[in-house]
Each structure stands twice: as structure tokens, then as C-alpha cells.
Design a protein around this ligand. Structure first.
Ligand code: HPA
Length: 271
């Protein structure tokens, strides 16, 4: 595995003039942020050795290098979901490549169902913490000490300083920013009412099918992580309506510019 990661990292290093220390994963319907990136250079996933290729609708699959918030960034447009059939190693492969490239910050966005009674569709939730319900763990198996410790700490999985920064930026700009716990599930079904209720009872504010694997690996790699969920549907008994992938994309669109602004400002303020 290590050799493949090294090979991919070397390919990327040779393909771009600067290797950024900031990486961004754009979730479902949240690709608009790439329009804010300047001096862009794209590398389609198909042309990157060892990279999985994304399949789900709404994801186009490329790495975008450029400048955002005054800094060099790499953005993943299109991510790999466990429900598509990728192994956890494949889902998190780009994070390992970023690690070898020297990335120190990971920003993540996703679409999620809200279970907190104060959430509305189109709200942005800053992720404070997560609960991992995936059936497989991305760090299961041999540990490569070169990549991280066998038993990684997860007490600050979503970096507190970055979270405070995001909250401050939201406050200064009158952007409504919720915060809470993200429950990561395997999908691809949306939840039954009883499942939404269960995730609420165990401490979740929002639920989605991504992010947790990548954030675990980023923490193993000692990156600082900040992540946002866009609340695209509501999983509260009495308010639950049928959800489609299209609804999720539509709701994600509304919140995009505000989330992009906060991310961009945080990037601008970190050093
Ligand atoms: N559940 C799981 N994943 C999701 C949801 C949801 O309600 N909304 C968007 N992604």
C-alpha cells in the first residue's frame, strides 16, 4: 500500500508547480467552491496512477490545484463513498497521498440529514465531533508507523481552533451556522424514521454517508480537520418526508455560497 501512495504522490509532485498544504474535499452538490479557486490546474482522477475513479451522479472526479483565500489548495471534486463498493483503503487513499505531499489541513463538506430539532433544510452545520457506525474501519489491519500511530487519539478530531475561527467568521458576517455531531453511516439507503431517532438518541445532530473515514485517516496523519454538513433533509419524526438524491443536491445548492465563504475566510486566516 505504501508504495502505491508514494508512486501517486510522486506523480502529483511532478505534475504541479507547488504542492499545497491545504486540501479540500467537496461533497455532493457542493462543487461550486471550485469557481472561487484561481490559477486553476485540473488533474482528472483517471489520469492519476492508483487513484480510484468516482461514479456517483453529481461528482465529476478531478483534483483541482490553485489558490483560495490567498493560499495554495488542492480540492477534490468528487469523493469516493464506501457505498459505491470501494474498500476503506480506496475511500481514504487520497488522504494518504495528501499526507505524503505534506498537507497539514483538511477541509471537508458533505450533505446530511438533520436530526436536531432546531435545524432547517439549507442550514450549515459545523461538525464538532462524529460517531462512526461504518461496518469497517479505515485503520483496520497492519499499521504503518511511518504514517501514524497504532492507536490514534480522536479527542480533537475536528480541530477546536479552526472551529472557533469558523464560528467567529459566521458571527461577523451574520451567517447562520449550526454545530453538532455527525453520524457516519454506510448508506446507500437514507434512514428509516426509527433509525433517525436512534441516531438522535445516541447523540447525533446530523447523519450522512461520508466524511468519517477520511477524517479518521486525516487524524492518523496528524492533519488539522474542519468539516461542514449542509442539512439537506430532516430526520425528525413528524417532519420526515420522502428524500431523493435530487432533493439533496437542490438543498445543498442554497447553502453553498455561505459555506464557501466561511471556508475561504478560515483558509485566509490560518498560517
Ligand atoms: N441520511 C444519510 N445521508 C444523507 C442524508 C440523510 O438523511 N441526507 C443527505 N445525505
Amino acid at each position: 500500500m505504501l508504495e502505491k501512495i508514494q508512486e501517486t504522490a510522486a506523480f502529483i509532485r511532478n505534475s504541479v508547480p507547488v504542492v499545497p498544504q491545504i486540501a479540500i474535499i467537496l461533497g455532493t452538490g457542493l462543487g461550486e467552491l471550485v469557481h472561487e479557486i484561481t490559477d486553476k490546474r485540473d488533474i482528472p482522477y483517471e489520469s492519476i496512477p492508483n487513484f480510484p475513479v468516482s461514479t456517483v451522479e453529481g461528482h465529476s472526479g478531478k483534483l483541482i490545484f490553485g489558490k483560495l483565500g490567498g493560499k495554495d489548495v488542492i480540492a477534490m471534486q468528487g469523493r469516493f463513498h464506501y457505498y459505491e463498493g470501494y474498500t476503506m483503503q480506496e475511500v481514504t487513499f487520497p488522504i494518504r497521498v495528501f499526507q505524503l505531499l505534506g498537507v497539514r489541513y483538511l477541509f471537508v463538506s458533505n450533505a446530511a440529514g438533520g436530526m436536531n430539532g432546531s435545524f432547517d433544510i439549507g442550514d450549515i452545520m459545523l461538525i464538532d465531533d462524529h460517531i462512526n457506525t461504518f461496518p469497517e474501519h479505515p485503520l483496520h489491519g497492519k499499521n504503518y508507523n511511518e504514517l501514524g500511530t497504532r492507536f490514534p487519539d480522536m479527542s480533537n478530531a475536528y480541530d477546536k481552533e479552526l472551529r472557533l475561527m469558523a464560528m467567529e467568521i459566521a458571527r461577523e458576517n451574520n451567517i447562520k451556522l449550526q454545530h453538532g455531531v455527525y453520524v457516519g453511516t454506510q448508506g446507500p439507503t437514507f434512514e428509516t424514521p426509527a433509525e433517525y431517532n436512534w441516531f438522535r438518541i445516541i447523540g447525533g445532530d446530523a447523519v450522512g454517508m461520508s466524511t468519517v473515514p477520511e477524517v479518521i485517516v486525516a487524524n492518523h496523519a496528524k492533519m488539522k480537520v474542519m468539516a461542514f454538513s449542509i442539512i439537506t433533509d430532516i430526520g425528525i419524526i413528524g417532519k420526515i418526508v420522502e428524500v431523493t438524491h435530487e432533493d439533496v443536491q437542490e438543498a445543498a445548492k442554497i447553502a453553498q455560497p455561505k459555506m464557501a465563504y466561511i471556508m475561504q475566510e478560515v483558509i485566509n486566516r490560518i498560517n
